[in-house]
Design a protein around this ligand. Structure first.
Ligand SMILES: Nc1ncnc2c1ncn2[C@@H]1O[C@H](COP(=O)(O)OP(=O)(O)OP(=O)(O)O)[C@@H](O)[C@H]1O
Ligand SMILES: [Mg+2]
Length: 265
């Protein structure tokens, strides 16, 4: 009899200990998840800021080589102010996202967002023998966090450019309404993506790029661009898809609800 009571007491004690251990593990898990989220947000912020700094560095170097060109120096200073302000807005928006805070969406003109991307890139694509063609209705609007969606477009444009170097080609951006969605397609006539790579390209840190694929002054790929795009598009309740033919080119299509059901970004 005593032994049964003792056994039950000992079992209760072990159960209590297990429960305590479970609680401790759960809290540790929550802390680790928060750290992982912060880690990936930090990585993405660094990547996006690099996207803004790289063209600026090349542009500023040009001004240094031409000290008598006052008009060029003024343009470089204007772009520096613009891109630095942008970098700070990206940091705020990504950190808020990592902290689970709501971001206010606004109605943004798609054409204005695309123009902003090319302005930030400070690079004449014609110099790389790339012809840029756009077909975007003047008044096409979509609800989004513009700073985030512009960075998505910037990553797609940079990938398209990389895929067409050094020979050049056609970079096309087409946008329009598709039922209750807005679609934006960025396509190129570059090297394309082998089918065996397609399942991996949105995975963080997947890259096939080495320094030699990139324009002078830029880094080799880090494989963060498309992971960033997917994360932002998901947060907008949208989809991002790819179609590609090796040797012919690729096209990435983003579909966003014109009016998302909630605006938690
Ligand atoms: N337009 C494209 N044409 C061909 N391959 C592409 C294209 N876009 C993406 N890829 C492939 O997907 C990979 C991942 O792209 P992602 O943008 O995530 O990283 P990355 O461009 O290599 O580096 P970065 O972190 O600087 O963006 C690329 O390395 C490339 O192999
Ligand atoms: Mg990229």
């Amino acid at each position: 009899m005593t032994s049964i009571i003792e056994k039950r007491l000992s079992l209760h004690q072990r159960l209590a200990e297990q429960e305590q251990e479970n609680r401790a593990l759960k809290s540790q898990n929550t802390q680790l998840q928060a750290l992982a989220t912060l880690g990936s947000a930090t990585c993405m912020i660094a990547h996006e800021i690099n996207n803004l700094l790289t063209p600026l560095t090349t542009y500023a170097a040009l001004a240094v080589q031409n000290p008598d060109d006052a008009a060029l120096a003024k343009k470089v200073l204007d772009k520096t102010v613009r891109n630095c302000k942008r970098a700070s807005r990206i940091m705020q928006s990504m950190l808020a996202m990592a902290n689970g805070q709501d971001r206010q969406q606004e109605s943004a003109r798609v054409r204005a967002m695309v123009d902003e991307v090319f302005t930030c890139l400070c690079r004449d694509f014609a110099k790389d023998s790339i012809v840029v063609q756009t077909s975007i209705p003047e008044d096409l609007q979509v609800d989004c966090v513009p700073i985030q969606m512009e960075q998505v477009l910037m990553n797609l444009v940079l990938n398209a450019r990389d895929a067409m170097l050094p020979g050049g080609g056609i970079l096309k951006i087409v946008a329009g309404e598709d039922g209750d969605q807005v679609s934006i397609t960025v396509s190129d006539t570059g090297r394309g993506i082998p089918p065996e790579h397609l399942p991996d390209i949105f995975r963080p840190f997947f890259t096939t790029k080495t320094q030699k694929d990139r324009p002078a002054g830029s880094n080799s790929g880090s494989g963060v661009g498309l992971a960033f795009c997917r994360r932002i598009v998901d947060a907008h309740q949208g989809q991002i898809d790819v179609a590609s033919q090796p040797g012919k080119g690729s096209s990435f299509t983003i579909r966003l609800p014109r009016k998302p059901s909630h605006d938690r970004l």
